[in-house]
Ligand binder design. Structure first.
Ligand SMILES: Nc1ncnc2c1ncn2[C@@H]1O[C@H](COP(=O)(O)OP(=O)(O)OP(=O)(O)O)[C@@H](O)[C@H]1O
Ligand SMILES: [Mg+2]
Length: 251
C-alpha cells in the first residue's frame, strides 16, 4: 500500500517570509495509518492542515507543490467544504459542540439537508458504535456533550467525524489531553477505524506511533527527514537525525 489515496509532491509552505515546510514528498494508502513525529515546531500540525486546506484560514500562508487526493489536486478549483467532509479532523483538545450528544453526531449531515428522523438515528448509532462510544451513551443521547469525560468527548468528536464518511481522518495529538486508559481506548479504536478510513496521526509519543501506525514520518525543522515502515524507522532508521530523535538525544 503506497499512495493510492494521497500524494504530496514537492510541497513548500510559507507563513509570510518564513518557510515552515520544505520540499515535502509524502503518500498514504487506503486503510493505512501514518504517524507524524518530530520536535515541537517542526511543522507537523502545519502539514496535516495542508491536507484539508485548514491553512486557507491563515492569511499569511502560501503553498506551492501538489497535493493529490484520489487523483485530483486539492489546490485546484475544488469545493473546499466538500474536501473537509472527505478529510475529517480531530484536534488535540476535544471540541464537542455545545449541544446534545445526538445533535453533535447528526450535525454535519443535517447541515447537508438530511431530515429523515430514522436515517439520522441510524447514522448516529452507527457512528457512535464505530467510535466505541455507543454503549456508554445510548441511554443519554439527549444529554449535553459537555457532560461526558474528556476521553468520551474525544470519541464523540471521532464519531462526529465518522458520520461524514470521510476518506482520511487527520488527528493532531488526539490523546495528549487524556489519561492512559482513555488513550488506550482511542489507540484501539484507531486500529479498527483503519478498516474503513486512512488515518494520519500526529503524536509526541514514540510508543504510540510504534503501536498504531503502519508508516512513520519524522519531521525536523520543516523537512521530512524520513518516511518508512514504522518498524524500520524505530529499529533501523536510515538517517542519523531520526536515530538521535527516537533515542531521545534531542527534541
Ligand atoms: N499561523 C501561523 N502563523 C505563522 N507561523 C506559524 C503559524 N502556525 C505555525 N507557525 C510556525 O510554523 C512552524 C511549525 O509549526 P507547527 O505548529 O506546524 O509545529 P508542530 O510540529 O505541530 O509543533 P508542536 O509539536 O509544538 O505542535 C513553527 O515555527 C510555528 O511557529
Ligand atoms: Mg502541532
Amino acid at each position: 500500500m503506497s499512495g493510492e489515496k494521497l500524494q504530496v509532491r514537492n510541497l513548500d509552505l510559507f507563513y509570510g517570509e518564513v518557510q515552515a515546510l520544505q520540499n515535502i514528498f509524502f503518500d498514504l494508502g487506503n486503510n493505512e495509518a501514518a504517524a507524524l513525529i518530530g520536535p515541537s515546531g517542526c511543522g507537523k500540525s502545519t502539514f496535516i492542515r495542508v491536507i484539508n486546506r485548514m491553512n486557507d484560514l491563515i492569511p499569511s500562508c502560501r503553498i506551492t507543490g501538489d497535493v493529490i487526493l484520489d487523483g485530483e489536486n486539492i489546490y485546484g478549483p475544488i469545493n473546499v467544504s466538500e474536501l473537509r467532509t472527505r478529510v475529517g479532523m480531530v484536534f488535540q483538545k476535544p471540541n464537542p459542540f455545545n449541544m446534545s450528544i445526538f445533535d453533535n453526531v447528526a450535525y454535519g449531515r443535517r447541515m447537508q439537508g438530511m431530515k429523515d428522523k430514522k436515517k439520522l438515528a441510524e447514522l448516529v448509532e452507527q457512528s457512535l458504535r464505530k467510535a466505541a462510544l455507543w454503549d456508554e451513551v445510548k441511554d443519554r443521547l439527549k444529554k449535553s456533550a459537555q457532560s461526558l469525560s474528556g476521553g468520551q468527548q474525544q470519541r464523540l468528536c471521532i464519531a462526529r467525524s465518522i458520520s461524514m464518511s470521510p476518506e482520511i481522518i487527520l488527528m493532531d495529538e488526539p490523546t495528549s489531553a487524556l489519561d492512559p486508559i482513555a488513550t488506550g481506548r482511542i489507540e484501539e479504536l484507531i486500529g479498527e477505524l483503519k478498516r474503513d478510513f486512512s488515518i494520519i496521526i500526529v503524536t509526541h509519543s514514540m510508543n504510540q506511533a510504534a503501536r498504531i501506525s503502519d508508516r512513520t514520518a519524522f519531521f525536523l525543522l520543516g523537512e521530512l527527514i524520513e518516511y518508512a515502515e514504522t518498524t524500520k524507522v524505530f529499529t533501523q532508521p536510515r538517517d542519523k537525525r531520526t536515530e538521535d530523535y527516537i533515542s531521545g538525544r534531542f527534541g
